[in-house]
Design a protein around this ligand. Sequence first.
Ligand code: SAM
Length: 446
Amino acid sequence: MFSHLLPPQDAHAPTRPDDKQRFMQLLGLALERGGVQRLLLSAPRPVASRQAPQGGQESSGAAPRAEGKDLSDEPGLERLMVRELQLRGERHLSFLWRYQTRDVTKNLALDPGLAELNRLLGPVFGHAHLDTATESVQLRFSRKGRPSLHVARRATPADAGEPPAAQSGAHNREKPRLLDLQQPFWRDLGLSHAPRGEPQLVPTMARKWKQINKFIEIFDAAVRSAGLAAPVRLADFGSGKGYLTFAMHDYLRQQGLAPQVHGVELREDMVTLCNAVARTHGLQGLVFEQGDVRERGDMRLDVMVALHACDIATDYAMHFGLRSGARIIMCAPCCHKQIRPQMRTPAALRPLLQHGIHLGQEAEMVTDSLRALLLELCGYETQVIEFIALEHTSKNKMVLAVRRAQDPTPARRAELLAQLDEIKRFYGLREQALESLLRAEGRLAP
Ligand SMILES: C[S@@+](CC[C@H](N)C(=O)[O-])C[C@H]1O[C@@H](n2cnc3c(N)ncnc32)[C@H](O)[C@@H]1O
């Protein structure tokens, strides 16, 4: 809790801070302690009905301008998201102005940033929401501009049985989420609901939300390392109900990368649902199609992703990514059924692999290692990582591949091919789907 740090309200004091000033004090405290997880200003007032701020609340900072205009006066304004960031070693506030059809980002040094928030609260935005790790603070303005503050305790990781996050220090702060639960399409997809007006996560969807946030966090780093530029063409194979697909589209849109996103899914009902949600919310460049990844005709891609595509659908998706020239291939595989029945247990490993659970884990490890070797052979820098803690999904492994500038040297290629053969011989494996697809194309010829 940090709201207890505010001095108590003194009913007899000649001037008492109003709720807006208390909100600004709380924000200052939260920033001081590195605890702002989310700051969102919403409910913009129509420009014509805006009143000048009341006495004592003038902003000392100049309004941020794009092409000479006050960003708060621009048409189609929906909300403003603010987060702290360091620029050239100085604390700044980053303002993400969201309009119906575009986003504009402006960064201000901390003090002018706070002054700007003070200017906007009330006259421009009727609602502000500040989340810290422990408290949720809401400031609302009545139609007459009267502020009212509400502070509620938030469920902490400890409430949810999770280990506590590191408490302080800029390096230890929990990363701000790249996805915004306030986006209205999450509601139509069943991820959020609004029992008290403000969108909240549907409790049963908490694990899925965590998974896609982690996926996006890793994707963000991969996009930077691959240096992708607009427009970014992306396919999500086995897109299911589209959670990851919408997340990817939203992330790329926010980054100004003009996404062209395709979800490919076997089930017609899911495709119909996802297309309807994308249309309802006017999401340009987001399309779902019914189809089988094993048969999908070629298309050019920058990114191929698949989250829990069943069994060898992951291999077909990876192969598609390779064929389509994707710079980033990101797959969190699902079940690993192909390798396990083929595996002969080497004598030395019999005491380990006599246990079914170990055999399953070994089959998974061998499958994903072969996939990683094959991707490296095709010219990708490849990692197998745990993308999320095991308690959020048992399918928590990811194969991440980013295209290198150059193919492996002939010596490295020979080494990788030899490793591939050695692993197959060791476990007596006859077939691995991605390998077979690449061999059929002659891509594994020595
Ligand atoms: C476990 S779900 C994952 C859905 C989604 N990616 C997610 O994480 O929420 C796997 C999805 O892959 C689809 N699928 C399985 N095999 C497929 C194939 N060969 N081509 C296209 N989609 C496939 C299934 O219909 C299912 O919706």
